[in-house]
Design a protein around this ligand. Sequence first.
Ligand SMILES: [Zn+2]
Length: 128
Amino acid sequence: MVPDGEADPELVTIGERYWALAGFAPELGTPVWCEKVKDIDTSGWGRQIYAVAAAGVRAVVPGRLCPQCAGPLSLTSRTAFQQLCDGQDPVCVECTESLMAAVRIVVDPARKAKRECRISRLVAIVVA
Ligand SMILES: [Zn+2]
């Protein structure tokens, strides 16, 4: 897992929790995650947790390359990791335009300003 440059620490934390792998189910060989998706609070960053996670970190599979761009294989979602375990060849985050668009919405500065505005207003109400 590689922090994505100047990502907001909150996004990095969400990404790290999303990608925290506990191990593999002994018989099925399916990945077991430390936390369920619904237990990870995205703190208002967005409802698509894999996009929020991708805005913070890249989960890269060592020794695997993206079949499309031949770059390091970063996983788009837990589902993509499952596909990889099933022998399929998912493409990387950068090659998944729909995900990159969703990431841009998560990190959009205007949207973040709006979010902070909403939070400060909430605080003001509490203080009053
Ligand atoms: Zn790629």
